[in-house]
Write a protein that binds this ligand. Structure first.
Ligand SMILES: NC(=O)c1ccc[n+]([C@@H]2O[C@H](COP(=O)([O-])OP(=O)(O)OC[C@H]3O[C@@H](n4cnc5c(N)ncnc54)[C@H](OP(=O)(O)O)[C@@H]3O)[C@@H](O)[C@H]2O)c1
Ligand SMILES: [Zn+2]
Ligand SMILES: [Zn+2]
Length: 338
């Protein structure tokens, strides 16, 4: 079968011919119908994210249909339309016991990170990772839920986003769109910070108040102005460059939380006094739990959260999708159709 694979840091992905996997005991074989392209793939390609495993089939936002089952899995699962949870924890550590396998230190699998993911015709996962989708949610719409929406749910929970909070979403890409909607559902006012008018317009339609980060604009000052001087209770960093991190720190309200979801080559520099005098907190958020993925599917199925698909491309056109993402031309997600 065809698969788009990572071959190590700073090397281009390649469309390879690989053996079709088979479902082992407790696993299902999924025919991939749609796989979302996350910005994380660009971090693999650039070498910023290097897990030391190659080659690996990329893609962690995966929707498809169960084609076959391994030993111990009921045949009734064949034909299920599913969204895949990309972590498989050890099941035994303190994190896994709490259902927080995104923090497991002995992961059995992480699809599209160090195990083969969804940029391929087929993928194999433990049965519990294949979460059924309601009929009215299309597979192309479902794929970007798997990271874009789930990451937002996890980060909002971690940051304790609640009624009346002012939330700033710095970077209006696919995860940003998830954050805007989930934070709004939790009763927050959301300021959406971006550079691209089309992306900001989409952010507005999802309930965010656009703040244009045009060259020369003091973004932190704009956030202060929009909040009567108070600042943002929660800032979600999806960009994390020197410039955006300095602005993010400067826009925090007292007891504000700066939450890193995105990252770049740049390191955070902050004088402790900035955190001390405001009692601010800096934190990170990674991935999501299986329960959060199920919640994400529910929210989309109920029409409370929508997914923004910029374009759907055949698997063979993966490079076109990645180039568009790199150039900042993608509003929401590119979805590949293997
Ligand atoms: N922690 C996790 O679990 C997790 C999960 C998913 C993704 N991530 C990471 O989170 C980040 C965002 O992911 P994504 O998939 O949402 O990426 P994305 O779709 O590429 O969105 C990022 C957005 O930031 C904008 N941007 C870039 N520089 C900017 C600047 N200086 N000021 C304002 N906006 C700027 C880009 O638009 P313009 O360039 O057009 O302005 C782009 O739309 C990535 O670093 C990704 O690796 C982390
Ligand atoms: Zn992702
Ligand atoms: Zn574990």
């Amino acid at each position: 079968m065809k698969a788009v694979r990572y071959h190590g840091p700073r090397r281009p992905f390649e469309l390879d011919e690989v053996a079709r996997p088979e479902a082992g005991p407790g696993e299902v074989l999924v025919r991939v119908a749609a796989a979302g392209m996350c910005h994380t793939e660009l971090h693999f390609e650039s070498g910023l994210l290097d897990l030391g495993v190659a080659p690996v089939t990329m893609g962690h936002e995966i929707a498809g249909t169960v084609e076959a089952v391994g030993a111990g899995v009921g045949n009734r699962r064949v034909g299920d339309r599913v969204l895949l949870y990309y972590y498989a924890g050890c099941g035994e550590c303190e994190w896994c016991r709490r259902g927080e396998e995104n923090l497991c230190g002995a992961l059995k699998a992480e699809l599209g990170f160090f195990n083969d993911g969804g940029y391929a015709e087929y993928v194999v996962v433990p049965e519990r990772n294949a979460v059924p989708l309601p009929d009215h949610v299309s597979l192309e719409e479902a794929a970007p839920i798997g990271c874009g929406v789930t990451t937002a749910i996890h980060a909002c929970s971690l940051a304790g986003v609640s009624e009346g909070d002012v939330v700033a979403v710095y970077g209006v890409g696919a995860v940003g769109y998830g954050l805007i909607q989930v934070a709004r559902l939790r009763g927050a006012r959301v300021l959406a910070i971006g550079r691209n008018p089309a992306k900001l317009e989409r952010a507005r339609s999802l309930g965010g108040e656009p703040i244009a980060a045009a060259p020369g604009v003091d973004v932190a000052a704009a956030v202060r102005k929009a909040t009567g001087g108070r600042g943002a209770d929660v800032v979600f960093e999806l960009v994390a460059t020197n410039e955006t991190m300095a602005a993010s720190i400067a826009m925090l309200a007292k007891r504000g939380r700066l939450v890193f979801i995105g990252y770049s080559e740049d390191a955070l520099t902050v004088h402790p006094i900035q955190l001390v005098i405001t009692e601010a907190r800096v934190m990170g958020s990674v991935g999501n739990t299986l329960e959060e993925l199920k919640e994400a599917v529910r929210l989309v199925a109920e029409g409370k959260v929508s997914v923004t698909v910029d374009r759907v491309l055949p698997l063979a056109s993966w490079a076109e999708g990645l180039d568009a993402l790199r150039r900042g031309e993608v509003v929401g997600r590119v979805v590949l159709r293997p």
